[in-house]
Design a protein around this ligand. Structure first.
Ligand SMILES: [Zn+2]
Length: 329
């Protein structure tokens, strides 16, 4: 017997192992292939180059709010399509598709929360919903969040991400600029802190209204921030724009932004700013709110009625519908 004759073995057809498509993500800046789980732990900041990848509103809520403290407001507000607008497809169909994708009713999420133990009102925009565009619902929700901040005498934090006004709502979306700015002016009169956080991108009507009205304006590194895009500006002024134009770093250098904050430091930095603005001791987290019985104690809901029930807050209670809401489809 030929001892060297090897039995022929055919290759077995096994199940091909497939990796789910979302295991890896490519960094848009350095093109490094990144393991998504590791990236998520790093709050979607590229570990090799520090590029801040775009994230949704829910992710920002998780980053900023203390665990389980976020209570969403105005969940049911929907745009009414007042113009019956149709471009490539009807605006109503566009809204429905956007809601499915972003899993929110519109491009902003608002609610009450605690940040390092400090009661706040939080509004976070979502770029994945029709480019974070501002229509009547975004404007109304931001205005209502500001009014809630007035009533509670709690600081307001708005995280912006927007391509500008929502053209499908025409002039109504432009009116939101005036509406949000007016309520924010009242916060300013009442000395209630408003922190604006600009993420990539913050442009158009959002930049021209509430995003640039913060008592403190923070920006994530490398974010595009501006009103009109660079191409439009170049064509208008007929000049070449400088390197890094309309990026956070450029705006910081030119005094439009107060501070550039790494996403991983954002919560701690806002906490530090708020403690400073509210007159709380540095490093005090949570428990410190009890120690301050005046305004801040009232914020936490443990000091009875607010120590200084302001005229503006009283007025605000009686007129929650300053601007007609386009909600309720
Ligand atoms: Zn990178």
């Amino acid at each position: 017997m030929a001892w060297f004759r090897k039995p022929k073995q055919k290759l077995q057809k096994g199940d091909r192992r497939e990796l789910p498509s979302d295991v890896f993500e490519k960094c848009g800046e350095c093109a490094e292939i990144l393991y998504r789980e590791r990236l998520a732990k790093n709050l979607y900041v590229c570990p090799s180059c520090g590029h801040h990848l775009r994230i949704g509103a829910d992710a920002y809520v998780r980053i900023l709010a203390d665990e389980d403290s976020f209570q969403e407001m105005d969940v049911g507000l929907r745009s009414a399509d007042p113009l019956g607008f149709v471009d490539l497809k009807p605006y109503v169909a566009r809204l429905e598709a956007a809601e499915k994708k972003a899993r929110h009713g519109d491009a902003v999420l608002t609610g009450t929360a605690a940040l390092e133990g400090i009661p706040v009102v939080l509004a976070v925009m979502d770029f994945s919903f029709i480019g974070g565009s501002m229509g009547s619902v975004v404007g109304e929700k931001i205005a209502r969040a500001a009014r809630a901040a007035l009533e509670r005498r709690a600081p307001l934090i708005v995280v912006s991400a927007s391509g500008g006004a929502r053209m499908q709502e025409g002039i109504l979306s432009l009116m939101q600029m005036a509406k949000t700015s007016a309520v924010l002016a009242r916060l300013h009169e009442e000395s209630i802190p408003y922190v604006s956080v600009l993420t990539d991108p913050t442009t158009g009507g959002v930049t021209a209204s509430f995003a640039m009205l913060g008592d403190a304006i923070l920006a994530e590194p490398g974010a595009l921030i501006g009103f009109a895009g660079p191409r439009v500006i170049e064509q208008t002024i007929k000049q070449e724009l400088p390197e890094g134009f309309q990026r956070s770093e450029f705006l910081l250098e030119h005094g439009m932004v107060d501070q550039i904050v790494d996403r991983r430091e954002l919560r701690a930095e806002i906490g530090r700013l708020l403690r400073h603005m509210l007159g709380l001791p540095a490093g005090a987290i949570g428990a410190a709110v009890d120690a301050f019985p005046a305004d801040v104690g009232a914020l936490a809901g443990n000091g009875g009625p607010p120590a200084r029930p302001s005229q503006a807050a009283k007025e605000a209670e009686g007129r929650t519908g300053v601007a007609p809401s386009r909600s309720g489809r």
